[in-house]
Design a protein around this ligand. Structure first.
Ligand code: PHE
Length: 411
């Protein structure tokens, strides 16, 4: 990009060699689907957990420190790459997760809070991925029973039977698969139990009690799988079955004690989870394509209006009955090429016609060693049929833009 300054959410920022934010992505900043009444993202957000303070207007523009360093992300971790994130400049990024705010909110003294907001990631293109989506993140801190300074509602050992006087939160021990070095096994297991219970209660609240006669979606298959996050240990993911496939809906775990210590809560322990609202909402309302979330089309939005109870909503897809039109594009790639560069370029040129892009073939020339990629682009509008002419037109514009902006050569 040749811009020198860029304006994001009303503030100006200097550009540098890290800047990769596009005008298309900027157009989503401030849409705030999660605060738009009757939007499907707003509806799932409203099913809140009691006791939690809610923050839904934290700015999506954060520092690299907030997004990564405060969460102990190693300096060379891939999640920091330019190919994964939208950088405004080398110190400033559109948040990739709501976890970016954990440190500051813990520091402010809160013990149970939810954050809801738009998060930005460079990613593949298909019916469940969009470069902007929404997360609901929950964090809950606990004292030991002995420490009765504040919020003794959240004493970790208060429900344990028998003599609990000897139970302590911390020890000078070993890290294992089940716990952090400084946590006792009791601490870690109780936190894990409370975390999973909270999430399972929330999931069944969302899914299990759809009222008859609209009880088509009452069953949701869930499973817990082990996971890794730099800022939690142990860590877990909750997957749900969606259209016959297991998709990741939520990441969670026991917060690393170092984060609590650095945020001034060294006598407490905590769990955290981050839930993808699009996936929850798509599953709950049977919405077949994530692009619907961004439409301003009333035939979509009106289906969610004036509902007494979100469980009575049954979304009627308006996805075009026409099958997708597939068109291939192949080019030789330069050495510093990242697939997300191509996906972002397609996103920038597209005006709502592209549903899915898949890499169908890679090829290495035996003499020159040069590599080529072939992508299949599936064109399908969310509500109307496409003409061959408009598909060809867009396909050619994507080709031209790739050649002029990505330093690739058409095959
Ligand atoms: N921030 C993680 C993500 O976006 C999710 C997460 C939140 C994991 C809180 C653990 C604890 O993937």
């Amino acid at each position: 990009t040749t811009l020198e300054r860029v304006s994001v959410a009303g503030k100006d920022y200097d550009c540098d060699e890290w800047t990769n934010i596009t005008p298309k992505i900027l157009s989503y900043v401030g849409r705030n689907l999660h605060t738009q009444k009757d939007h499907p993202i707003y509806i799932v957000k409203e099913v809140n957990l009691p006791l939690f303070a809610v923050f839904d207007n934290l700015s999506p523009v954060v520092t690299v420190k907030q997004n990564f360093d405060s969460l102990l992300t190693p300096k060379d971790h891939v999640s920091r790459n330019r190919s994964e994130n939208y950088y405004i400049n080398k110190n400033t990024v559109l948040r990739a997760h709501t976890s970016a705010h954990e440190h500051e909110l813990i520091r402010s003294g809160l013990s149970a809070f939810l954050m809801v907001g738009d998060v930005y990631r460079r990613d593949t293109i298909d019916a469940t991925h969009f470069p902007v989506f929404h997360q609901l993140e929950g964090v809950r801190l606990f004292n030991s029973q002995q420490v009765k300074k504040r919020n003794y509602l959240f004493q970790l050992f208060s429900k344990c039977e028998g003599n609990t006087a000897d139970l302590t939160l911390f020890e000078n021990g070993q890290e294992t698969a089940d716990k952090q070095m400084c946590h006792t096994l009791e601490t870690s297991k109780l936190l894990e139990f409370n975390l999973k219970q909270t999430i399972e209660d929330f999931t069944s609240l969302m899914f299990k009690t759809k009222l008859p006669p609209l009880n088509l979606n009452t069953d949701v298959e869930c499973k817990w799988v082990e996971a890794y996050f730099p800022f939690t240990h142990p860590s877990f993911e909750l997957e749900i079955k969606y259209n016959g496939e297991w998709i990741e809906m939520l990441g969670c775990g026991i917060l690393k004690q170092q984060i609590l210590n650095e945020a001034g809560a060294c006598d407490q322990v905590a769990w955290a989870f981050g839930l993808g609202l699009e996936r929850l909402s798509m599953k709950l309302f049977d919405i077949p394509d994530i692009r619907y979330m961004w439409t301003t089309d009333d035939s979509f939005l009106s289906q969610f209006k004036n509902h007494e109870d979100f469980k009575s909503i049954q979304f009627k897809p308006i996805l075009s009955k026409q099958p997708a039109v597939a068109n291939d594009i192949a080019f030789w790639i330069p050495n510093d090429y990242a697939m997300n560069d191509f996906y972002d370029l397609v996103r920038s040129v597209d005006d709502g016609l592209v549903q899915t892009v898949t890499l169908v073939d890679t090829f290495v020339h035996s003499e020159s060693g040069k590599q080529s990629h072939c992508y299949r682009i599936y064109y399908r509008h969310t509500s109307r049929a496409l003409t061959q002419a408009e598909v060809n037109n867009l396909h050619n514009r994507i080709k031209d833009a790739a050649e002029s902006q990505l330093n690739v050569k058409g095959r």
